[in-house]
Design a protein around this ligand. Structure first.
Ligand code: NAD
Length: 371
């Protein structure tokens, strides 16, 4: 089925979608800019072997829009964007990322890029050869973004346990972590340090073996983690993993993880609610890297992990309290609140004299921020 790009853009309020092709490197990519009414569109670069162009475009649109919601709820002066790269065996990564850097530069500050699945320090460095509108890895950058994400997810889990059972009591908890990548690994460390029992799953045999050597945790076959009885199911791999077939197998009270868009469809948030499973919306809980990356870009300060924990915990607490008071699914309550804030930002941008956010100052030596 074809995707009607302009219809989808109009329906979801997108500002811009760009298709990129580079003959020399084999790059094929989409850039989504959802909202710049309060500041630049922040979003990572995802490189993934998409089945086809359609799934890549849909992923780009969904992820960009989720980033706008993430910004709105986390109080970031910016909106959502995303780049998705269709990975393939012939892709020449270094020139492909440099090409992306030139495309980002041409956007003149409307889009600010960061890491995502398939894009780590090397790739960011290649982008940074062509543009300043990118998160710098290592020295001169905002530091360990995965730790910031994991800090938020951990704080979100704690808030959900308090809301659901009145206490965290980690030493009595079992947490299933799906995906032992950058974020999953930091979370495992934090959970073990608190005395929780951790069950993990990982499709990459090298990472699975590394986990086996490093920690005394139970590892289960990918695809069977949803059957494990636990207090918290923590998706830290790819999106779309909670759907009609997997949800009915879950044996958990809480779902809280970093994976972007883990619900295959909006109705699955409602389904979890009906089953009495507390779902902490992904775009609320995984905001740690965005908070750190965006604020570093805008102020030159790397937000401390405990501040990230406090902020994420507070938003999660508010969303869960509102959902409980209204007896509605947290996923729906959070989307409505985020979309209300985005509409307000857009209204404020159209009427500059109204309470529009001040123009943020760039990081020392960094590029100007356009809004
Ligand atoms: P990553 O690629 O380092 O880790 C993901 C891991 O999941 C990989 O090791 C992969 O092999 C594994 N995996 C993939 N499919 C799996 C499956 N079906 N079962 C088990 N394991 C599977 O990515 P990451 O940076 O750790 O991010 C994890 C998720 O969190 C992604 O969805 C990402 O978009 C999201 N996220 C990450 C950040 C961040 O700061 N890195 C911020 C916000 C959201």
């Amino acid at each position: 089925m074809a995707v009607h790009v302009l219809d989808a853009m109009a329906r979801e309020g997108f500002e811009q979608v760009i298709a990129l092709h580079d003959r020399d490197s084999g790059l094929r990519a989409f850039v989504g800019v959802h909202d710049t009414s309060a500041g630049p569109a922040f979003g990572g670069i995802r490189r993934f072997p998409y089945r086809d162009e359609r799934s890549a475009l849909i992923d780009c649109l969904r992820l960009s829009r989720a980033m706008s919601r993430k910004c709105a709820l986390a109080g970031i002066r910016g909106g959502g964007g995303k780049i998705v790269v269709l990975d393939h065996a012939e892709l020449q990564r270094e020139p492909a990322y440099a090409h992306l850097g030139r495309a980002i530069e041409r956007l003149g500050g409307r889009y600010y890029a960061g890491p995502d699945v398939g894009t780590g320090p090397d790739e960011l460095r290649w982008v940074a050869t062509e543009t300043a509108y990118v998160t710098r890895p290592g020295e001169g950058g905002p530091g360990h973004l995965e730790a910031a994400t994991a800090a938020g997810v951990f704080a979100g889990m704690a808030a959900a346990l308090r809301a659901d059972e009145g206490e965290e009591a980690w030493e009595r908890r079992t947490v299933v972590v799906q995906g032992l990548g950058n974020v999953g690994q930091v979370l495992v460390e934090r959970l073990l340090a608190r005395g929780a029992r951790v069950v993990g799953s990982e499709i990459d045999p090298v990472r699975e073996e590394a986990a086996r050597e490093k920690w005394d945790i139970e590892l289960v076959r990918p695809g069977t983690e949803v059957d494990v009885e636990c207090d918290v199911f923590c998706p830290c791999a790819m999106g779309g993993i909670l759907h009609d077939l997997t949800i009915q197998r879950l044996r958990t009270r809480i779902v809280c993880g970093s994976a972007n868009n883990p619900l295959a469809h909006r109705r699955h948030g409602q389904r979890l609610h009906e089953l009495g499973i507390l779902y902490v919306p992904d775009f609320v809980v995984s905001a740690g890297a965005l908070i750190r990356g965006a604020e570093f870009h805008q102020t030159g300060r790397a937000t401390a992990l405990d501040e990230i924990e406090r902020r994420v915990s507070s938003v999660v607490g508010d969303v869960l309290a509102l959902a409980a008071a209204e007896q509605r699914a947290p996923s729906i309550v959070a989307i409505e609140e985020a979309d209300r804030r985005i509409r307000e930002r857009r209204r404020a941008a159209r009427t500059p004299d109204a309470a529009s956010p001040p123009t943020p100052s760039p990081a020392p030596g960094g590029p100007p921020v356009t809004s």
